[in-house]
Ligand binder design. Sequence first.
Ligand code: HEC
Length: 478
Amino acid sequence: MNGYRGPTVQAVIVAVLGIQACGGPHSQDPVEELALPDTVTFADHVASIVRAKCMPCHRPGQIGPFPLITYTDVRRKAKTVRFMTGHRYMPPWPADTAYTRFLGERVLSARQIALILRWVDTGALPGDTANLPPPPPHLDEPPLGKPDLVVWMPDTMHVPGDARDLFMIAKAPFEIQRDTFVRDIVFVPGNRALVHHMNGGLVNYAAGAKHDVFAGHGYIDASVMKGVDAFTALQLANDDGTWPALTPSAVNYLPGMLPPMYPEGIGGYHLKRKGAILLNTLHFGPAPHDTIDRSRFLVYYAAGPPERPLKELSMGSLGVAPVHPSLHLDPGQVATFHSQYRLRTAISVLSVNPHMHLLGRKFLAYAVTEIGDTIPLVRINDWDFRWQFVYTFPHIVVLPKGATIHVYGTFDNTAESPQQPFDPPREVIGSDSPFMRTTDEMLQFFITYIDHQEGDERINLAPDVSGGASAPVAAASR
Ligand code: HEC
């Protein structure tokens, strides 16, 4: 899986993701001490938990392997639901909520877990399910309503049923009446069960620079062709052979959760009359039989130019601050690596995104100000390669000028490492090349921010009343 973070069309970073065995936080036994009702029923206690915390992924067409909506659905899976929630494997939420809080946290409280456990242990009673309100029907509706522009993938993608991951590089060209401004772009997979991840940049052609934006291939198999070769096959270049302007990571999709949607005025892009969305990665999970996908982008216009454009700071592998010592693991070795970066100006942080590969076990990021205050950012105590989320803070977090951001990643290259790809363990190198393998390691930390202004810490990033919801992106990467 390739995650694009570079500043121009030529620069591509491949952030390889995949899926391995189940890992997760440790088991707890919270049933004691919580005053639970004697009779726990689906209708009275369990339905509301399942709808809020499980159904977003466990419903038809989503990434969860089976639906968890009705009494029958949950009852049928009661034993595994008990196991997965009791061990806090589900819902997946790797960030430690005792360290920092984020929007859209999908975690169960100790009491909610205890309720589920008691419900299962006392016979999974239905209760008065006839009086349950129907589950919310509009989960798949675009959160901002009707888009101003829909950009379709140029043609249908045929995904072979060979049960293998497929990584495509693709473009979705468009031509509109006049130059305008964009508030948000939302990716809508045609085949939700299959599309695992998409990272897209916005290509804008200067006036007169490109005659036919629709020429060229729509999809390129990234295992066959990458980087500049792929962009050439897509005919992304201007007519004179130079490269057009690219806004990286303008639209991302990770299964299971909504993309971050910041309040109006934060973020946004210029949109030229001719352009394209460049899908640096369109990752299809293994398909058991031949199938198709045709995805689309919903584009929402803004009244004016971006007031506060989004910026990204990338630390660690391939970023502005190197990893110390350089990332390298001998067989059997457990080691912690560090990256630090001192801010020359204050920044107002919206979201953070930790990234490691299979051998990652723990992740910690915080900032220390010049007067020694510590500002916590994110802590992951039990890294799981499959769940790589973009975490959005409820309020902007201001990191003052002169603050130093510290990132620590712990890797386990022993045979017992939960997602160890090699038997026996091998020497593993950190990749400092944009084209790496899943089995190479990375330590990366991405910070999405805006330039600081006085009072930013009071800006609430939670959903606003007009429905411009703000929820963290989360990744179920497999
Ligand atoms: C972010 C999306 C997401 C959320 C939220 C989520 N799940 Fe899952 N769940 C998945 C995916 C994907 C799998 C398949 C995982 C795998 O293959 O390892 C899964 C697997 C499961 C399994 C099967 C495990 C097995 O090995 O058979 C159970 C049971 C389960 N989830 C229960 C729940 C419950 C209960 C909740 C809510 C409390 C929940 N899930 C919330 C995505 C999610």
